[in-house]
Design a binder for this molecule. Structure first.
Ligand code: FES
Ligand code: FE2
Length: 359
């Protein structure tokens, strides 16, 4: 088991697109302090959030055009991190720069690559197209800050038996715990598939299907390493061919999660629930969001957040206590295996430090 909890050479969601304006925004990603802003041309820049001179966070300064002005002694840095103005001197020290991080804006999110910029390959972007607002409809994106290791959320979403207990009284359903599931994987993905055939539909699905009778219900949770999940969930009238691939008589949606480590024990959770049914019904969109997170703290993700953060407190107080695994953890175990593989590949590819023998 790797000691590190996350790889650095990966694209991580740093913000929803709508969060980043022509203004300085601080965010810590994988233990690195970043300042994000949108240039006048609309591109997003991500710089190290520490001035080259005396390390004041650049986010405490201001923008002058597309340059960041440090709020302490006025050094200016452009969107690539290069210093373009030095107070009270005509020549600029050529090494004066702060690190800039590769950025891609896609699927309504700003993604950054906190690792080696030379390895930042756009082809390694996670697929999050369900969030584009074209085929699927949802609120557009919600942010949650959680005081827990991001992998606890991965565990949570890869094993939906917790719904029966954590979400008893809403989406909790004995059928989930009673129905076996399959786990498949590739070198970058793990998928948990559960079909509950010929069951009474839970209230949410019964209402939105709008047809009487038993249903075939599915939960197909797809994890992309290191931390993106799409849960394809829905129902169709029993016997209409959904398990064989014909979902035309059913309704379905996807819960989307882009989870980004902030530190080893805290994370950013960008989530959305998108659907292909009743796409013009804005009241339904709002109701679905409110069912997940609400000011009263009674939403589904509020319930998860409580469990996850309580778990983290125990882990912090008992760092040597192990996790034990059950059959229900098979999907989460694959996800963690893929994360660990990315971490160990990254360590194996590290260039030796000066004075260190290459193996
Ligand atoms: S600390 Fe930024 S200019 Fe001095
Ligand atoms: Fe949950």
């Amino acid at each position: 088991m790797a000691d590190k909890t996350f790889p650095l050479n990966a694209w991580y969601a740093a913000a929803w697109s709508h969060e980043i304006e022509h203004a300085l925004a601080a965010r810590k990603i994988c233990g690195k302090d970043l300042v994000l802003y949108r240039t006048e041309a609309g591109e997003v820049a991500a710089l190290e959030n520490a001035c080259w001179h005396r390390l004041l966070p650049l986010s405490l300064g201001w923008l002058k055009g597309d340059n960041v002005v440090c709020g302490y002694h006025g050094l200016e840095f452009n969107a690539n991190g290069r210093c373009t103005h030095m107070t009270a001197q005509k020549t600029i020290n050529p090494s004066a720069a702060v690190q800039s991080y590769p950025v891609i804006e896609r699927h309504r999110l700003v993604w950054v690559w906190p690792g080696d910029p030379a390895q930042a390959d756009p082809a390694k972007m996670p697929d999050f197209h369900w969030n584009d607002g074209t085929e699927y409809v949802g609120e557009g994106g919600t942010y949650y800050s959680l005081q827990c290791d991001y992998r606890l959320i991965v565990d949570n979403l890869m094993d939906l038996t917790h719904e029966t207990y954590v979400h008893a009284g809403s989406i909790g359903d004995e059928n989930i715990t009673e129905t076996p599931f399959d786990v498949t994987h590739t070198d970058r993905t793990a998928t948990v598939t559960r079909w509950m055939k010929g069951i009474e539909p839970p209230p949410f699905w019964k209402k939105n299907l709008g047809k009487p009778g038993l249903v075939d219900r599915w939960q197909i949770i797809n994890f992309q390493a290191p931390s993106t999940i799409c849960g394809d969930v829905g129902v169709a009238p029993v016997g209409t061919g959904a398990p064989e691939g014909d979902r035309s008589q059913g309704v379905h949606g996807c819960f989307l999660a882009a989870i980004t480590p902030e530190t080893e024990t805290s994370c950013h959770y960008f989530w959305n629930f998108v659907r292909t049914f009743k796409t013009d019904d804005e009241d339904l969109t709002r109701a679905i969001n409110k069912a997940h997170v609400n000011p009263e703290g009674t939403g589904l993700y509020d319930q998860d957040a409580f469990v996850l953060q309580e778990q983290q407190k125990v882990i912090d107080n008992n760092p040597r206590m192990p996790f034990y695994n059950l059959n229900i953890d098979a999907g989460a175990l694959w996800a963690r295996r893929l994360i660990d593989r990315m971490i160990s590949d990254e360590s194996a590819n590290l260039a030796p430090l000066p004075g260190e023998a290459a193996e």
